[in-house]
Design a protein around this ligand. Structure first.
Ligand code: HEM
Length: 178
């Protein structure tokens, strides 16, 4: 019943994902060389991103300080191109995911919005050719996975508390085999 992946926790998920996605040192270097280009398009990207969220009644009600949200999203986007996907990177991205869990934002909204981030990221990456596009998409996948992990962790941890601290029992309850 026990799976090895169940023991991969917190910041350690980044090593697991980097290995799964086989993100190479060359790809990291390629992305790092594009960080300036990424910075240059953030204003356009965050405007489109928040125009869409504000146009939709369900997502609009979560938007509080628009200027601050645009700033943090811009920083998040530029960091995608940092080229250093280590434990600190994972912790920072999990913390950002948690900020959304905490406000009760359904996970479908951030997931549905990744298409905008993908489109602008590809626009940046294309300046260095198809290898850079592949590298960018790997890191975006790493980020989608880490963002979602924050939701997953919260459910598991709460259920674990409810059942008296047994993670195995909590995991069994979350499968349909229980
Ligand atoms: C691709 C998905 C998204 C990314 C990468 C992202 C990025 C971020 C970042 C970097 C922060 C700052 C977190 C911090 O440093 O504490 C943040 C906070 C926030 N985001 Fe997002 N966001 C995403 C999706 C959304 C969506 C879809 C909404 C609303 C519908 C939203 C609403 C918010 C709000 C309200 C906060 C402030 C949370 C607080 O008060 O602690 N985000 N987001």
């Amino acid at each position: 019943m026990e799976k090895m992946s169940w023991n991969v926790k917190e910041e350690h998920i980044v090593d697991d994902l980097v290995a799964l996605l086989s993100i190479t040192a060359e790809e990291c270097q390629l992305l790092r060389s594009l960080q300036g280009e990424a910075e240059a398009i953030t204003a356009r990207m965050v405007d489109e991103y928040y125009d869409r969220l504000l146009a939709h009644e369900m997502t609009r009600e979560f938007i509080t300080d628009l200027a601050a949200l645009k700033r943090t999203l811009a920083q998040w986007f530029v960091k995608l191109f940092c080229g250093n996907y280590d434990k600190n990177y994972a912790l920072d991205r999990l913390r950002i995911g948690m900020a959304h869990v905490r406000i009760g934002l359904p996970v479908r909204y951030p997931l549905a919005m990744f298409d905008v981030l993908d489109r602008y990221g590809v626009e940046v990456a294309e300046k260095k050719g198809p290898e850079a596009v592949i590298a960018f998409r790997k890191v975006l996948a790493l980020d989608v996975a880490t963002f979602t992990q924050a939701y997953d962790n919260t459910q598991l941890n709460h259920l674990k508390d409810l059942v008296g601290g047994s993670e195995t029992l909590a995991r069994r309850l979350l499968t349909d085999k229980y």
